[in-house]
Design a protein around this ligand. Sequence first.
Ligand code: ADP
Length: 402
Amino acid sequence: MAVPPATSLHSNHPVVAMVGGGQLARMTHQSAIALGQSLRVLAADATDPAAQVSPDVVIGSHTDLDALRRVAAGADALTFDHEHVPTELLQKLVAEGVNVAPPPEALVHAQDKLVMRRRLDALGARVPRYAAVESREDVDEFARQVDGPIVVKAARGGYDGRGVQMAADEAHAREIAGQYLDSGVPVLVEERVAMRRELAALVARSPFGQGAAWPVVETVQRDGICVQVIAPAPSLSEDAAAAAQQLALRLAAELGVVGVLAVEFFETADGELLVNELAMRPHNSGHWTMDGSRTSQFEQHLRAVLDYPLGDTDAIAPVTVMANVLGAAETPAMTLDERLHHLFARMPDARVHLYGKEERPGRKIGHINFLGADLASLRERGERAAHWLSHGEWTDGWDPHT
Ligand code: ADP
C-alpha cells in the first residue's frame, strides 16, 4: 500500500508518530515543540495524557492495523510510548514502507522476556539464571538446579512488575506457572537474585550508528514500582559505570535499536551486574534528564528516530534525584492543583512534571526532579515532595500557617 502524503499542519517539518498516548508521549511532545515539530499520537482515548496536548491525534487501538496505518501515514518515523504492538502488525507496516523505529526485530527484545534472555545470553551479557517453562515439570527441574527462591514471569505483556511473581516455594512456583500455562501465556522462571540494588543504563542510538550514554542511575523500587531515581548511581565505581554504559551501547548496536534504550540491571551482593530488562523508548529511569542533563531523553529519542546528530548527555548538577508521584490509596480532599501551589511555596526549586492523569492508587501521575550536591538531602526532599503531592500531607508535619 502506498503511504499517502502527510496531512499534518506541519508539512514543512518532520512528523514523528508515536503509538500510545501516555505520559511518555506527552513529554516527547514537549521536546518536539522545541524542535519546531508536533508529535502525532495514536491514543486509545481523547483524555490520554498526550492526546490532551497534541493537536495531531488519532484515536484508536495499538492492535488495530488500520489505526496504526492512519497514524503512520506520511510520518517520517513511527515510534512507541509502550511495547505492546504485535510484531506481525509492525512487520506489515514496514512492508508498506513505514519507518518503524525501533524496527520490529529489535523491539521484540523489549516485548518478550524469553526472546530477550536468550539473545542476551548469546551476546555474552550476564543475566539471572532462567528457564522457559513448557510444563509444570520444567519448574521442578529448574528448582533443583538453582536451589533457592524463584521468580515466575509472564514472557509478554507485563509492566511495572505486573506479570512478575515472587514464589514462596517450589510448589507455589509450580502453581503460578501452571496458571499462566493454562491461560496460554508463555512463561519463564528465574532465580530470585539477592541484590544490593537496581541500576539502569540509558543510551540512545541513531540509524547512522551514533550512540550516546547518560550517567548510570540507581532506580529505587517499592513493591515492584520505581519510586526514586538517583543520577548518578551513588558509589558506583567508574569502571563498573563505564562497563554498564558500554554494554548498553553494544546491545543497542547488536540489536539494531533506533531511539532510546534502557537497560535495567541488578547489582548483586558481590558487585556483579546482571541484565534484568530492556525498554526501547523513553523510560522512567531517564525522567531526571528533563532537568538534570544537557539533553533530555525525550529530545534524544526524537533526534535518534529522525537520524539527527545526538545531543550532549552530561549531567548539569553533581546529583539529580527524581521522585515519582504515585496516586494515593485514598485521593486527598485537597485538589492536586492546590497541593502543587503549596509545594511551590515550600520548595521553589522543585521541578514538577504532571501527566494530566486521574489519580488512582499506585498510578504514576507525575514526577519531581531536584538538582543539587547533597545526596541525602535531595533524597529526603524528593520523598517529602512526592508524598505531599500524592497524599496532601507533609511527612514532617510541616504547617505553613504555624
Ligand atoms: P516489568 O517488566 O513488569 O517491569 P521486571 O522484570 O522488570 O518486570 O521486574 C519488576 C521488578 O521485580 C524488578 O524491578 C525487581 O525489583 C523484581 N524482580 C524481577 N526479577 C527478579 C529476579 N530475578 N530477582 C529478584 N527480583 C526480581
